[in-house]
Design a protein around this ligand. Structure first.
Ligand code: HRG
Ligand code: AKG
Ligand code: FE2
Length: 349
């Protein structure tokens, strides 16, 4: 039997400092099941008011409703270009994004953690030229609607706290029930996600999806997908969407069934990314998903990707390698290297 709905996880005990270990362990157990079975779940108890969530969607919708020249004021340009682009941040027009080599039918604004220019010794010196290496430029914020930037900045701070609680809970979940005789090592592992995300190189996307107008067909053309089938790159994605049903689809473990992850009011849709799959040596898979919007209206979503630090070295955890009974699935590299590879293949230029 194939389950037809995603589990709901209440994260509140990991946000409440006075919660008991017992209460947290129950949450962690539920997270472990959700991550083993789906890699996707709904998240409640995050404490962000529905009025804030509605405002975030509404502001993104207002931005996408602007005329193209206004949106292009914050256009993404190639890294190193004289326009000052960094190849990643800014507004991306319809069809500019690519997944699996095909154009996605959406427009988007990408925001990232601001680059720490004081820390990175390998960066090129662009102070004289005004040109930026990949990902090293400043965020490009729209000036209209005028309250978008302050509202989003406050929201990002809230999301970072939720992301932190979630990865802490996942660390606990991996240790429960104590499956490994090497308890000491496991204790250490449980903090790995938190330690490697303390300067999370987060990403936030504002995405606008027009209704697809091509009929669904197996041999469909490039405009079949609002966002093609993919996995996310890092730790956990906290996805906020408008109420449009039937758009986001999640591939179940059988490898063939697509489940609609319809929005639940007030809840985030959460999924785990490639770095969690790697750390857990595949105990928790970074689940494939896609967006096909053939419903009504112009769909808006705002995913927040809570990711490892840019320079975090990610390789399978010893306790997970042992429990999985498989050789390590990766030799290890930095999250930044993984992300760069993705950024370079994500755009039509
Ligand atoms: N950080 C993330 N996950 N961004 C969204 C990724 C959408 C798929 C992407 N075009 C790809 O081909 O991977
Ligand atoms: O818009 C959505 O529902 C999901 C978008 C997504 O999967 C992504 O941006 O990585
Ligand atoms: Fe995604």
């Amino acid at each position: 039997m194939v389950a037809n709905t995603l589990p709901i996880i209440d994260i509140s005990f990991f946000l409440d400092p006075s919660a008991t270990a017992d209460a947290r362990n129950k949450t962690a157990t539920a997270i472990n099941s959700a991550c083993e079975e789906f890699g996707f779940f709904y998240l409640t108890g995050h404490g962000i008011p529905t009025t804030t969530l509605d405002e975030i969607i509404s502001l993104a919708r207002q931005f996408f409703a602007l005329q193209l020249p206004d949106k292009n004021k914050i256009k993404r340009y190639e890294a190193g270009s004289q326009e000052g682009g960094d190849g990643a941040r800014g507004y991306q027009g319809m069809g500019e994004n690519v997944t699996g080599g095909r154009r996605d039918m959406h427009e988007a604004v990408d925001l990232y953690r601001e680059w720490d220019h004081s820390k990175n010794e390998q960066e090129e010196d662009n102070s004289m030229t005004g040109r930026y290496a990949t990902l090293q430029g400043p965020n490009l914020w729209p000036d209209q609607p005028s309250n978008l930037k302050p509202t989003y900045l406050a929201y990002i701070e809230q999301l970072k706290a939720v992301g932190k609680a979630l990865v802490r809970a996942m660390g606990v979940a991996l240790d429960l029930p104590p499956p490994t005789p090497k308890a000491e090592k496991a204790m250490e592992d449980s903090e790995v996600f938190v330690r490697n995300t303390d300067h999370s190189f987060w990403v936030m996307r504002l995405i606008g999806y027009p209704k697809l107008d091509t009929p669904f067909a197996k041999d469909a053309n490039e405009t079949e997908f609002s966002c093609g089938e993919h996995t996310d790159y890092g730790c956990v994605t906290l996805l906020l969407t408008d109420p449009t049903p039937g758009a986001l689809q999640v591939l179940l473990k059988d490898g063939t069934t697509w489940l609609n992850a319809n929005p639940v009011p007030g809840a985030f849709v959460v999924n785990i990314g490639d770095m969690i799959e790697r750390w857990t040596n595949g105990l928790w898979l970074s689940t494939r998903h896609r967006v096909i919007h053939r419903g009504d209206g112009y769909r808006v979503s705002v995913p927040f990707f809570y990711e490892p630090n840019f320079d975090a070295v990610v390789k399978p955890l010893a306790s997970c390698v042992e429990r999985s009974g498989k050789p390590p699935i990766h030799h290890g590299n930095t999250y930044g290297e993984h992300l760069m590879g993705k950024v370079f293949s994500n755009f039509y230029s």
